[in-house]
Design a protein around this ligand. Structure first.
Ligand SMILES: Cc1ncc(COP(=O)(O)O)c(C=O)c1O
Length: 449
């Protein structure tokens, strides 16, 4: 098989998979999982035929995939992949660009610059901000927090890049009690001891209580949330931002999925004053429905991000705005291309409509489940519905039955010391008919499990 025939085979397999995406089991059955043993081959000395390799990948791999690219998957906050974004990804895979700078890929550089401008435009964030297209909200959050620390130290006359942390003025970190685990991960990589991180108390919705916020000062990084992972709630930015501004603290907002509420006029009240922060992270692969892995580190002060992320070498010098000088990666895929494609094809209205539709679907699910005797634990301000059955055991039973059904899938969580399950509506493929199927399934199982 020559190269083009092989790529055609791959395309045929990918098309066949996509054709069935709406009817695939939401989670693989036991036979498909057992068949994964087939991958357990010894590494061959002489190699194996290329077309057979793709055939094996498809035969064993496809049935064992989680249908998170389909309409019936409500787990985590996994978005599906918009066809235009997946298509742009396919084209850019053929390009195989090292999208470090304008020198290594003029096309990627130009497209990602435009994508960055559009991201700032649709999220209504300061137009002077840098937008770095990284792998995940985790990696992008890490980048922003590194920039925040270096900048706060610089304001105190400490050169972090030259002198490191030994003997440096202490930087205080304040986070929400309900901050996402990946914020903790970023902080631990950066060397902020967990016991020293100050946790801000939250209300019953998981939002920081401004009156109980630990004292802020000009050595503080304050990390807020746009979209709490269980409830979908937002910290009250409008009340907190003036406090942070008065203290000259650095405010970072984890908006992995929730920042996209900015795109919807109806949901904009949730994000009021979010644009006054210093840095933000959000994902494309969640609510914008672009393929994995594509996220954004957005920093109001581009120089602050570029200083900690710079990777210029004698043989590789680029502008401060080059992606290799803003992201963790040196060699990298152009993660901004699918984001550009999604924004270009959806436009402002398309993103707003998708976000709004998911919110309305979530409210509908909550109402129907409540009427059927389930306990709804959140206010459903966004796309997350947090649910409990009649008892902790019933909640676990309901979850197990749904997960085994193949009809739909969502995950469990713990909320206020008790088990719960979390329905996240994040896929462009999820139409009202899928929502009705989900409700039917749960109503049939019932709150007693
Ligand atoms: C609120 C929040 N922050 C951060 C993350 C981490 O995002 P990523 O998986 O892109 O690293 C998630 C993922 O679920 C999230 O929901």
């Amino acid at each position: 098989m020559n190269e083009l025939e092989l790529l055609e085979q791959a395309d045929t397999l990918a098309r066949a998979y996509t054709r069935q995406i709406s009817t695939r089991p939401a989670f693989p059955d036991t036979a498909a999982l057992a068949a994964l043993k087939g991958f357990d081959e010894p590494l061959s000395d002489k190699g194996q035929p290329e077309n057979e390799t793709l055939t094996l990948l498809n035969q064993l791999g496809s049935p064992a995939t989680v249908a998170s690219n389909g309409p019936n998957y409500y787990g985590y906050v996994f978005g599906a992949s918009l066809p235009v974004a997946a298509g742009a990804e396919r084209v850019s895979l053929a390009w195989d660009q090292c999208a470090s700078s304008a020198e290594t890929s003029p096309a990627a550089d130009a497209i990602e610059r435009k994508a960055g401008q559009w991201v700032l435009d649709i999220l209504d964030l300061p137009p002077e901000s840098a937008v770095a297209f990284g792998t995940s909200a985790t990696a992008c959050g890490l980048s922003c927090l590194a920039a925040a620390r270096a900048e706060l130290l610089a304001r105190k006359g400490w050169d972090y890049l030259q002198d490191g942390l030994m003997g440096a003025p202490e930087i205080k970190v304040v986070i929400s009690e309900t901050a996402h685990i990946t914020i903790r991960k970023a902080l631990q990589i950066l060397g902020f001891g967990w016991a020293r991180v100050l946790k801000a108390p939250v209300d019953t919705h998981g939002r920081i209580i401004p009156e109980q916020l630990p004292a802020l000062d000009d050595s503080t990084i304050l990390i807020l949330q746009a979209g709490e992972v269980n409830t979908g709630e937002f910290d009250p930015f409008a009340q907190i931002m003036p406090l942070a501004e008065a203290a000259k603290a650095w405010v970072h907002v984890d908006g992995a999925f929730g920042l996209w509420a900015q795109a919807s006029p109806e949901l904009r009240p949730l994000t009021k004053a979010v644009e006054r922060a210093d840095s933000w992270t959000t994902d494309g692969h969640k609510w914008l429905n672009t393929p994995y892995d594509g996220a954004m580190a957005i920093c109001r002060n581009p120089a602050a991000l570029a200083r900690v992320m710079n990777s210029d070498a004698a043989y590789s010098i680029a502008s401060a705005a080059a992606q290799k000088n803003l992201t963790l990666e040196f060699s990298r895929r152009a993660r901004g291309i699918p984001i550009w494609a999604a924004l270009r094809s959806l436009g402002r209205d398309g993103v707003a409509q998708m976000v709004r539709r998911h919110h309305h679907q979530a409210k509908h699910v909550a109402k129907a489940l409540e009427a059927a005797g389930f306990e709804i634990l959140n206010r459903v301000v966004l796309n997350q519905v947090l649910v409990r059955g009649a008892s902790p055991v019933a909640t676990q039973n309901i979850l197990a039955q749904v997960q085994a059904s193949g009809i739909a899938w969502f995950g469990g969580s713990t909320w206020q010391s008790g088990p719960a399950f979390r329905i996240s509506i994040s896929s462009f493929r999820t139409q009202d008919s899928h929502i009705e199927n989900l409700i039917d399934l749960l109503v049939k199982i019932g709150p007693n499990g």
